[in-house]
Design a protein around this ligand. Sequence first.
Ligand code: MRU
Length: 353
Amino acid sequence: MTSSQATQVQTLRWCGGQLEMIDQRVLPAEFKYLRYDSAEAVARGIRDMVVRGAPAIGCAAAYGVALEALRLRDAPASQFAGLMERAFEVLAASRPTAVNLFWALQRMRARRDALAARPVAAQADALLAEAHEILAEDIRVNRAMGEHGAALLADGARVLTHCNAGALATAGHGTALGVIRSAVEAGKRISVIADETRPFLQGARLTAWEMVQERIPVTLITDNMAGFLMSRGEIDAVVVGTDRVAANGDVANKIGTYMVAVLAQRHRIPFYVACPISTIDMSIADGAAIPIEERAPEEVTGFRDCRWAADGVSVRNPAFDVTPAELVTALITERGVVRQPNRERLAALTARR
Ligand code: MRU
């Protein structure tokens, strides 16, 4: 599979009046789609990590709203608004950290409000069209970010990434992996070092799979090996994605990202964050206010059917951490590269059209 073919991986697709999503829990052993027909079912798919990655979660939530509206298309107008409100609530409660979820719900709500006087069936059709547009827009945004970011990577660069910010985490192309894909498409020889990303193994299972599909050279390491490789001069740049960027430039991303950023600073390696504008949350002053999801202890005490930790041990499982803005070399956005992000620069960036 070539690079451009592989970006055809459709994490979410609309098929026969339903939403289909790749079941990311079983990759790479199995590649299969699951079908969704209601907001409730989509919310469960987000919570259970069938779909994950901030932009993909946002797309799924938009389709969740549309599916619910289609289910209710014959409902009396007097009941439609209340039932839709319940759908918005269920979806908003699925995962707390990725702001793209709330961004997409807000956009769908604004569309519904604008059409509130129209017949229910017309509202449902318009909400589906809006979900399709959110999906298509995400790919355009990722391509633009890819182009801006590719210019930052030298020919021959060895790029460390953490978690999966690839096609699977988005509607296509990816954010961090989109930067790598675009650099490869531009003719640069890029190799990837993928942190395995404990405890859910998005790096080992998803990033490695995406890169192997496209024959982009990829080396898998466990998370605790990054410092060693940096100290030996084997990493030239770090590129990661993000779930939410606060107004001052602090970056929430998969647990372990902060550790990588500290190491990168120690070794004077640029630390880049690929960040669509929809991931910037100007309503949150700094990273301390970003809600951090805590997941089930079973993700830490073992994996699938295999348990390795002692019974009775207490466990912490924060799914994300916050990297202070001062450790971020630049944000790569669809509107360009923002070096040393801070409050003023993000305010100017998000105010631009
Ligand atoms: O728990 P996940 O797998 O949803 O976490 C995903 C990440 O942390 C990604 O790096 C982030 O969402 C950016 S995806 C383009």
